[in-house]
Design a protein around this ligand. Structure first.
Ligand SMILES: [Fe+2]
Length: 361
């Protein structure tokens, strides 16, 4: 067998293994992440993760990886049960379905009565987020352990109170290990408002079982905010798992907000060619873009490539922003440390993206 055929075979084996890991991660996302076993009561948050559980109280602590979250409680108990519920990374001003108590920065607590043999839904929604109204948020590209730079980004974001939340583009860590995730969360929690994150290839690299999913939360997330729809997708394996396509197609149905933003780590196509930082399969990249375009997507936000580049993919405004913490040496061009301030106006159906630059160290 010649060298070319051996290389082709090795690449095919690597892609197959990669796809199997991606399928496992996706299955975990939809089937496991967010569930809490409280004995006679089973709970699940749709847009987050259950961080800690004590069935003897019963008590559960969730983390939301989206501004709005739905938590369903199903009881098989013969009598009504009261559950102590905490939700971390929540907006402190909440239009929640139950009375909330603020017990820490962005941590809400509830005392929830779940009827015997029945179900109860707890909805978490920032005050005013049901209205169709302009808002702003920050998009921060790859931090990847560059905390000294990211802390300057964080402080700049904190000087702008009009930014209502921060979305990270993924690669928040170098290796995806639990200690790195914990370190990142400690630094990111210094943001004045809640933050959410896409998963990157570095976050999914060696952190088995995946610390990211079990600490940050779901990696395929749908949420609506002030008249805009957000779809967060796991593209960390340079592909989208078939189960995620089903999720995406449901999110792209005509029903719901018409102004739509898709957030992912690896973009479908790499306009720069620095590291071939795009999908493994160009035909699949085109299929994903077709789904997004037909679904009326107005903006794609991506990271992964350590640069800043505004482009159009399938007619969709696309921003690749990958310098939220990584050192200048990892960029092959003269791109500068930055984040994106995104202004969304669902009334006018417009989006404006403004890079905010910081000096390189
Ligand atoms: Fe990456």
């Amino acid at each position: 067998m010649d060298l070319g055929r051996i290389l082709a075979l090795l690449i095919a084996v690597a892609l197959t293994a990669c796809n199997e890991v991606s399928a496992e991660r996706t299955h975990r996302d939809f089937a496991e992440i967010g569930r809490a076993d409280l004995g006679e009561i089973q709970a699940r948050i749709e847009q987050g993760v259950a961080l800690a559980v004590d069935a003897s109280i019963p008590w559960v602590r969730f983390r939301a990886n989206a501004p709005s979250a739905m938590i369903i409680f199903k009881s098989s108990a013969p009598v009504d049960r009261t559950v102590a519920v905490e939700v971390a990374n929540a907006f402190e001003a909440c239009d929640c379905s139950e009375p909330a108590q603020l017990i820490g920065p962005n941590i809400l607590a509830f005392s929830l009565v779940v009827p015997a043999g029945s179900a109860k839904l707890l909805t978490i929604r920032p005050t005013g987020s049901s209205a169709v109204t302009p808002f702003r948020f920050a998009w921060v590209g790859d931090v990847q352990g560059g905390y000294s730079t990211f802390k300057r980004v964080r402080e700049r974001i904190n000087t702008d109170p009009s930014l209502e939340f921060t979305l990270f583009a993924g690669d928040i860590t170098q290796l995806g290990e639990q200690s790195e995730i914990d370190d990142f969360i400690a630094v990111a929690n210094g943001l004045d408002y809640p933050w959410y994150s896409v998963i990157g290839n570095h976050d999914a690299m060696f952190g088995q079982p995946l610390a990211f999913q079990r600490t940050v939360g779901r990696i395929n997330v749908l949420f609506d905010y002030k008249g805009a729809r957000f779809v967060i997708l796991d593209t960390s394996a340079a592909t989208v798992d078939p189960e995620v396509y089903d999720f995406l197609k449901a999110a792209m149905r005509p029903k719901g907000p018409t102004l739509r933003i898709a957030a992912m780590h690896i973009p479908p196509f790499d306009p720069e060619g620095f590291r071939d930082g795009a999908f493994n399969d160009r035909a699949e990249a085109a299929r994903l873009l077709e789904i997004l375009a037909r679904g009326g997507t107005d903006l794609i936000l991506a990271g992964h490539i350590h640069t800043l580049r505004a482009t159009w993919q399938a007619g969709i405004e696309t921003w690749i922003s990958g310098r939220g913490g990584v050192s200048r040496g990892t960029a092959f061009d003269h791109s500068q440390t930055h984040y994106l301030a995104v202004t969304v106006d669902p009334e006018q159906n417009t989006i404006a993206v403004d890079p905010v630059f910081l000096s390189d160290e």
